[in-house]
Design a protein. Sequence first.
Length: 434
Amino acid sequence: MATLKFVLRNESENSNIYVRYSIERNKLLWRKTGFIIDSKFWDIKKESSRLKNEDSKKLNRNLRDLKIFIENSYNDGINSGIDFTGEWLQLQIDLFNKKVPILELDILTSYIQKYIDDAPYKQNSKKELGLSKGRIQNLKLFKNTILKYETEIYKGKKIIVRDVNLKFVEQYKIWLFNQGYSINYVGKNIANIRAVCRDALKNDIETSPQIKNIISISESREPQDIIFLNEDEQEQIASAILIRESLINARKWLLLGCLIGQRGGDLLGITEENIKEINGKKIIELKQQKTGKLVAIPLLPKAQEIIECGMPYKISLVRFNEYIKDVCKIAELNTPTKGRIKIKQGKPNVDDIYPKHEVISSHVCRRSFATNFYGRIPTPILMNITAHGTERVFLKYIGKTTYDNAYQMLDYFSKLEPRVKAPVMEVIRNTNEK
């Protein structure tokens, strides 16, 4: 019969209390309980502290509960055919003391890497298999930021998934802001924490019960912060004298992008095969990478002029972002503009006032299209092309409010021709007397 006792193996002020577990005649297991006591207060017979203070009472309760926990595990193990070893006994003590051994996937950065590795098999926002390249890149940046946080705050100690709770998220968020990261970047990091921890929970990794309460944040831009190219600025760009072929090509993509309202990745993927003709009208038909939505965009006369001169050749999004800054600089787009640029590689982008050409990026194409044609093309049609899900999000995107929408409707009604009043028939009394 198995016999469990608590014993001391030496006499000192900080003596470790051991479990002495006799499983069989020739199988005797020893392990530290994780509790200590001054040996002069130890009652060998009762296997507990002699003292009656609160700390001693708590110690005695822990020892009693630990004994019950190990004996119950032993009984369960007999039915399961477990081999009782010192490692088994240590595991029971660790489980009781909530010191579960740390496995590789218990480490946050390791699980983030697993999430990245599993990207081809995860469902994306389009309900299809496989995360987008942009999403994977975002997760890699997130992992690097966590590694930086571990180095600076945890002195290199690894963050464990189960320790990611509301307190951790709040401290991490404050650190991100102190590093100079934008609200949107902080929000994406928090959203990534929530996504990764929820995925870990599905795979039986121990997580904090608070992960369901983690809420992301997003930036609300004021209308004056919306960066777009108005039609006069597009004319400046079109008439700028460019010598380098790469800049001439980038200008074509930029001006075309402002006329078809697509994200950078979708814009730069357009070829002549995307150009169709319906009822004598030319359109661009493409499947948007982010939404998976098939859209047909009518080619406006200016867009047709660009294409008829020869489709621009394919370039990377990185080069496009680099070249259009140079194009806009040559076009003298120097209006002081609030924006965010990277001052130093590896450091957060910095918000400030810059010459407009410095804050231009591929996103200006979609936003310029939406902003310039708002009020001229019905909003639902614009939303279908830009792939905004709701009118509220669309209006926020271009820096408009619901009041702007109301004014647009009033302006529309004011231009309608007044309806001609129908003739009114009057009954005239016959005054002729017979």
